[in-house]
Design a binder for this molecule. Sequence first.
Ligand code: FAD
Length: 340
Amino acid sequence: MSAELFDITIIGSGPAGLYGAFYAGMRGMKTKILDSLPELGGQLVTLYPEKWVYDVGGFQKILAKDLAKSLIGQAMTFEPTVCLAEKVTSVKIHDETGTRSFEICTDKGSVHLTKTLVLTAGIGAFKPKRLDAPGVREFEGNGVYYFVKEKKIFHDKSILIVGGGDSAVDWSLNLLDIARSITLIHRRDQFRAHEENVRELMNSSVRVMTFHELKSVRGNGRPEEAVVFDNRSLEETTLDVDCVLLNIGFHADLGPIKEWGLDLDKGGIKVNYRMETNIKGIFAAGDVASHPGKLKLISTGFGEVATAVNFAKNFIDPNAKVYPGHSSDMRELSARKRQN
Ligand SMILES: Cc1cc2nc3c(=O)[nH]c(=O)nc-3n(C[C@H](O)[C@H](O)[C@H](O)COP(=O)(O)OP(=O)(O)OC[C@H]3O[C@@H](n4cnc5c(N)ncnc54)[C@H](O)[C@@H]3O)c2cc1C
């Protein structure tokens, strides 16, 4: 075992993981964050960066990407080690020396050593569900998108949105102020979205084509046309489009984490009131953690990860209090940066 040993390794850099990294730094722990994505922020930056979030304490409303930026800034206060684009695959427990440590392996082939682990892996490593219609792959990232990273790329564009869930309906409404035109196609006539938003959609200028599916995307260098068909009559319609936004859901899977011998419950990882799993030294918080009364919200994830980190601190140093005291009583927080 030659890799550097950390006090705490946080797997997943969504809101829970980022806040956990800050908290661990505040508790003087040598901290590492690992994420399979190439950037920090989890669902906030990957799934809905340009949506408003209204229910995080301290902000009347904040764009998801700005919340992520603020969390990243706070998480970096104590300069944790950050490893991105590395999917955690396996963990080995070492108890040989009498002091437990964990050896984490990733799909990059690297090994990370840590005394405790906090799993804030959310809904797992996620990938959008892809559509295999002709032209889709060809224009992916260049007119065909699965996520809205930046609203401005849709400015003054004729957009075809595919899907019938919250994302498809929300983006149809959300892009209306900047798009030239929006057509939404959905393969059924029932939407899996908030009723009020569906009502707003039906009263908006979005052209809604139910029982329609995407057949192909055509263009020269960029999409110019999309062929859609009525799945009852098979009648085809050609639409002039500049971009296609595919919001047909995503696969999220805890993948190899499920094989670690952790007790699972409703697809999540079972934790006790300390946010501790059945494996001593491994904690879980945020969307991935399962306990009675669980609410999958950003705000609850913050509380859960603070609990996990404080108990992790006590796990590696039983003399350390679980309760950290008030941060407002700590003088010069930034001066308490980890000294390596
Ligand atoms: C469209 C939408 C709107 C939402 N709006 C709100 C809202 O208004 N208010 C609210 O409170 N909540 C909202 N949510 C829910 C909120 O985003 C989640 O509750 C929150 O992101 C959970 O945070 P987390 O840190 O637990 O996990 P996530 O944000 O899911 O982050 C988990 C991270 O773990 C990483 N990961 C997973 N597996 C591995 C692995 N094996 N190796 C390495 N890394 C891994 C992932 O790549 C990801 O970055 C919304 C969700 C969606 C989809």
